[in-house]
Design a protein around this ligand. Structure first.
Ligand code: BES
Ligand code: ZN
Ligand code: ZN
Length: 508
């Protein structure tokens, strides 16, 4: 059993007033966002204003100005005044991550946030980015160091001063993202398939999601030969597909299905990966963790629609039992697959999971997967690749990325790409023996397991890992997708139904 931390433990407290002397003294750090053209007089009116004004006079560049002051005599409250740059969502979140890193340098337990001289949209933009970044930074990633003494104190509460801003959605989002990042960071001998299933079940239960596990036996009766081909190489018989259901009303059918790739460790299988390529492959379950985190965030927000989370959980190992090139297997929708390369296991397990999710006739399917190296090759680790069987939906999909700061970029998936997947012995080849455009071919392959009539969005999570973090996220593992999906379902469209209507109206 994995001992789960108290996710989302950092509190957010808003108070409509400016910080009183008492408030100020109770904080360990106060971070104040000011306009770029702030004057010395304006700075002087702030806590520790004289010091800030003096620092301001000496500051070389006022553009990305950060002034740090500390009263040497009184309580150790440190004050940072920083200028808000003009930036898009990604840029604002990146600025917020860096400013929060500076704000947390001395390990404050109570962090105050306010603005001075900013109004309306700018104030909201600054505070929402800082709160998102601070909540993300408050997560303790798993560590297994035996020396616990040197653990520094952790941020426990955020105090936001001044006119209230909407922050509840950010708490739900941070919870979902934390869960995704934390699970993804676990060592693969700790996050075994059985342990993962249990942890996800437990987390789901705490947020009113009910679990159903389809183990290998059950999957055999369902004809899920593509998933089982990958799982057959495992030492333990603990692989399977976990389904979590959220049913807020009388509705029994899911409106949305969130599907994720959950490869506990990807060795490449019989076509073994080299050392460098295999090193980080414990993170190959991130797609399923993002699906889970998104589901938990939606449940936390008490969305009124029913949804399912589907997690395809197995290892991809070498063994005498492992699948191999030229095997032919049959997936749950009857499609026969000619295996080409055992390292293309993600599309195999997703094929059956998508087919099973589609049987429940959801109105929309979104899947998340660290599916291809070629998507990283095409976009780097800064953007995630997006695909859909409703190509004219690409503008709204891209806009959700730009607006949320979790940036996605669309790829084509016209029918003629299938020529590269044509098989002489089966309905389709798993992948092309030639390397180019594998992210596109992988998406084309997956499309064979999603009925045309169901709008489907596929995210190839090339931005799942980025050194030194990405946007507001300070860790290498980014949990990319939770924030994006909330933006897409709740902000861009208002509800899944509206998104689905837009997708339906857009035809192919
Ligand atoms: N999990 C990998 C893809 C991956 C690698 C994602 C690194 C992110 C970072 C996937 O299972 C894989 O190995 N794909 C192969 C496919 C190929 C054999 C057709 C790849 O990309 O090399
Ligand atoms: Zn692989
Ligand atoms: Zn993989």
């Amino acid at each position: 059993m994995i001992e789960l931390p108290d996710f989302g433990a950092a509190r957010v407290v808003q108070s409509a007033l400016k910080p009183s002397k008492r408030d100020f003294d109770s904080l360990d750090q106060l971070t104040i966002v000011v306009p770029k053209d702030v004057t010395a007089a304006q700075l002087r009116a702030l806590p520790q204003g004289a010091q800030l004004a003096a620092l301001h006079a000496r500051a070389k560049s006022k553009d990305e100005m950060v002034l740090t002051s500390r009263m040497s005599t009184s309580h150790a409250t440190r004050v940072i005044a920083a200028a808000l740059p003009v930036k898009d969502s990604f840029g604002t979140l990146t600025w917020a991550r860096k400013l929060i890193a500076q704000s947390l340098q001395e390990n404050p337990v109570r962090l105050g946030l306010m603005t001075s001289g900013l109004t309306g949209a700018d104030r909201e933009r600054a505070l929402r980015a800082l709160v998102a970044a601070a909540l993300a930074a408050a997560l303790d990633m798993p560590t297994f160091k035996s020396d616990k003494k040197h653990k520094s104190p952790k941020l426990r509460s955020l105090h936001v001063f001044g006119a209230p801003v909407v922050l509840e959605d950010l708490r739900a989002q941070a919870l979902g993202n934390d869960i995704a990042r934390w699970l993804t960071a676990l060592p693969p001998n700790i996050l075994t398939a059985a342990a993962y299933r249990e942890a996800a079940t437990q987390l789901g239960k705490a947020h009113s999601l009910t679990a159903e596990f389809l183990g290998e036996k059950k999957l055999e009766t369902l004809g899920a030969g593509a998933f089982l081909a990958v799982a057959q190489g495992n030492e333990q018989r603990d692989a399977g597909i976990l389904r979590l259901k959220y049913r807020p009303g009388k509705e029994t059918r899911p409106e949305v299905a969130l599907v994720g790739k959950g490869i506990i460790f990807d060795t490449g299988g019989t076509n073994l990966k080299p050392f460098k390529g295999m090193l980080d492959m414990h993170t190959d379950m991130q797609g399923s963790a993002v699906a889970l985190g998104t589901g938990i965030a939606l449940a936390e927000l008490e969305v009124p629609f029913a949804f399912d989370v589907w997690m395809a959980i197995t290892e991809n190992r070498i063994s005498g039992r492992a699948y191999k090139s030229q095997d032919v297997v049959t997936a749950a929708n009857g499609t026969t697959i000619q295996v080409i390369h055992t390292d293309a296991e993600g599309r195999m397990v997703l094929a059956d999971t998508l087919a099973l999710a589609a049987r429940e006739e959801p109105k929309l399917i979104i899947d998340y997967a660290t599916l291809t190296g070629s998507c990283v090759g095409a976009l780097t680790e800064r953007y995630t690749g997006v695909f859909s069987n409703r190509a004219s939906a690409y503008p709204v999909l891209t806009k959700a990325g730009a607006d949320s700061g979790e940036r996605v970029w669309p790829f084509p998936m016209d029918d003629d790409f299938d020529e590269s997947l044509r098989s002489d012995v089966a309905d389709i080849k798993q992948c092309s023996p030639e390397g180019s455009g594998d992210h596109i071919l992988a998406a084309r392959f997956l499309s064979r397991f999603v009925p045309r009539k169901i709008p489907w969005i596929h995210l190839d999570l090339s931005a799942g890992q980025h050194k030194e973090g990405l946007a507001h996220i300070p860790t290498e593992i980014t949990g990319f997708g939770v924030r994006y999906t909330l933006e897409l379902l709740q902000k861009q469209a208002g509800s899944p139904r509206e998104l689905i209507e837009r997708l339906a109206a857009s035809g192919r």
